[in-house]
Write a protein that binds this ligand. Sequence first.
Ligand SMILES: [Zn+2]
Length: 446
Amino acid sequence: MACTVCFFSNTYQNLLKCRSFGSDSFEKKLLDYKSFYLFELKNLKSIKDCKCTFYKEGDVYIKWTDGFLRNLQSNMKTVEDTFDALIKIYYNYISKSNKDALESIWQFLEYNSLLKEEASPLLANRLLFRARIKKEKLNKDDILEYFHIPFNKRRSVKNQRFSISGQPMLYLSSSVFAVEKEMELDVNKLCIAAFLPHKIIHKKFYQVHNPIYDVIVRVLPVVCAAGSKIDYFNDDVAPNHKTIIPDIKKSILFQILTFPTHKKGTFIEEYVLPQMLTTALLNHKFNGIVFNSTKNYADISNADIQAEYDLNVAFFVNYYVFTKKYDEDLLDSFIYFLPEKRQLLRLIIEKIIESTRQVVHYISRNKSNRQERVESINEKIMDVLCLSGQKGNVYNAPLANAKRYLENLQTAKIKGRNYFDTNEGRLELEFYHRMVDELEQRLKKS
Ligand SMILES: [Zn+2]
């Protein structure tokens, strides 16, 4: 049996969800998942007794998670009710009508105050990537090729988790690695462009996430390491025993919305609830959704726990002028970077070299190793941050996000190889270099 920390990880929850794949309908899978979840939750053990290494975070951490576990186990009714409410909404959709189901998801979100789960615009204020499959007819030097599907081709917009067939949406990912996962293709088969949102301060994003795991794994260890004497039963610091009810509801909502697809048909059962959420958000004037990828990232290791390489941002697209093929205001809200010709060539050459097992040292901006390359970008970021500060902090958020991102992945490995030595990592470094150069130019001109 798992401990509290292991149980709330997405990997563990995905295992529980996949155990329901024997059932032949999504409503049964949800019921199975609910019973596995409740059974495991009742029997969770302290991190002191688990094989994982979280006990090393220290006594304050252990005491906090133990308090949390006891509190969790005395709130089983909330867990059960949340599952039942979501299962009922899905059941309404398939057995009654769209309208009924939409009203009920709306009520569920409002009643539980879950529509207030607004993400900070800063979360999406980072370099994001989008890929197209390399094909001869792709005009890779045209940014519109990487933008949303044009309105006059909406017939080719397929169902996606948070978007409805026929309604274009722009999906961007926080790393080249995530783009590869989403496309299920190697980076060599893709053309990749990068987008930096720069007019998003007034945009509203909804964050679909696992708040419990974020707190236990991403926040608490840092707080404990800083020597804070936090106590789960102290009301002054959140999360605490009083915030557990909304946290558990958000966490279950996240798990159900990211339920992996088992068999994809014309109608995808697992997408019903996420798409209903999208409709509710559109009605509430949100501009997009930020969510963690549902793909398997087991081949990445040693990344800092804070590293956000698996974020997806879905931007809602507005269709308001019949004569326009694209949402031009949305495009205008990005600074974008097309693939560079030498980059594409380099990837091809590297592939040939690798296949003949020769060793080659990639020289990036006169720096010969990964460590130096990352450090050189970070030094440059510090300079440009300073410049940005003098000009009224215009680009502080993307620069600070970039610095943190690169640092958090510096020790990461993909299948044993250093992250920034892989084709994916190198491509990212190249884009980050270009982003910092571009922001510097803009600041100097302003
Ligand atoms: Zn554990």
